[in-house]
Ligand binder design. Sequence first.
Ligand code: NOJ
Length: 578
Amino acid sequence: MITPDADWWRDAVVYQVYPRAFADTTGDGVGDLGGVRSRLPYLAALGVDAVWLSPFYPSALADGGYDVDDYCAVDPALGSLDDVDGILRDAHALGMRVIVDIVPNHSSDRHAWFRAALAAGPGSPERARYVFRQGRGEAGALPPNGWTSLFGGSAWHPVGDGTWYLHLFAPEQPDFDWSNPEVREMFHDVLRFWADRGVDGFRVDVAHGLAKDLSDPLPGSSSLSMGPVGSMDAAPPPRRADGTDPLFDRDEVHEIFAGWRRVLDEYDPPRSAVAEAWVPAHRRALYARPTELGQAFEFPLLESPWCAAAFAEAIRENLTLAASVGSSSTWVLSNHDVIRHTTRYGLPPGADAVAWLMSDGGDPREDRDRGLRRARAATQLILALPGSTYLYQGEELGLPEVPDIPRSALQDPIWVRSSGSRKGRDGSRVPLPWTSTGPRFGFGPERDGSATPLPQPSWFGTLSVEAQTDDPTSTIEFYRSALTERRRRFERAAMCSIVEHGEDVLEVRRSDGVRSLTNFGDVPVPLRLAPGEVVGLSSDPSAPIPGDRAPMLPGETTAWLFDNGAGVTHTYAADPQK
Ligand code: NOJ
């Protein structure tokens, strides 16, 4: 059972489920809520504290479910509200919290409000809930301005009466007008709807996009250009980083979230929230204020190259910023929008991830062994940091990106909107392999011999849950051990300092007696244990060996050192010999 704890989110390990690719109970090839529910014991045994469910609402899937038809319902293809209630009951009984995704920047074009807006015509109160503008030129034949959508193409779509509506993402995702009180009230009701059912928290999609200034001529976004991690939202940042950009991260957005906080605080315990806000670091902390959402995803670490100095800088900055507003840090290396971190770390430095995807993963060559080795080390490093950690489904299997999905099967709107110049994010959304063999590698029954909409590669079975379970060298057992040790030894209120030893070794020194050492280089470095200190978990199962009094830390490896009860004196130093 979950125990009462208003601050649970401050150091929780949260597992992101992308429901349509997690587990399928019906055999239609699409994951569903029954599948999520059936796998909750797996997640509890993995050792996570909470589950974040990406959208499961009715949707035409123009953007993987982030085009919501109805915020208070379940897509019939995925189940029903009873299934959500069942997930909440079971998760709570297993000691896990549940977070749901809220998508407030836009609805889908099938939402009842948008249909009503189209029917009601220009100037109506129904249209005032969205961002309609008169087109330019004769009969409004041209878009109101030259703004482009993050998915490519114009950010405006004509409706045939001389007016156009704004969509920062796909045309099927019309943007709400958040200056309209009706919109604010509707979302307060949505939060209450889910909180009343027992949902513990919310992940807030495009939190930095809600407030807009359409009178500003500055183009707010250029065509999508995928950032270093192949992510969609990572670029472009707001043109102005002072709260006055016309489309992103405007100061007025904070008043909206102060209103959300008042709603979240109506509950006991107050509901948590985490902002997805791709904004400059100094602006991110504003979303995480206790008077607003409380937490914001830390993306600079996700975007950092494999380099001790880059990691150290991102970590220090985030710890400082989070502390400055009374929040806790929020670490993340993978999600459904970016190339999986096993693959990112396996590509040569500076590789163009978008071009790599377009080559079906052929050029440059991905070094999967190295990528996995680094991914495990990076995961163990972030798990040692104070704050909460967000894991993405499949990373506990060390899954790499699937780069060679047939073009005819691609579903991400980025593929079409970029006229086939960018494949988008489908490679991280392929259905999970649960078994080594058998129909759909255990993802679900095979009803008609067909593949899942995003086909699983033939090698997926070798990385399945079944293939890795009980193998002490496997990635899944590594995650289980790391989460067990974290729960057992780490104190929520622990302070930490980040210490760099030479160019390659990064130490996280925690006040609860645990130290984490990561060697970013290729060359092993000797470790000198302090009195009372023992080698604990390592991301490389073969070294350093627990009990060894003169251990070596291999390259691209993280090790945790524990206080064995005798009291650590903290004189330890990693000694990179280069
Ligand atoms: C961020 C979500 O994570 C992404 O998947 C989606 O495409 C955009 N927001 C638009 O909702």
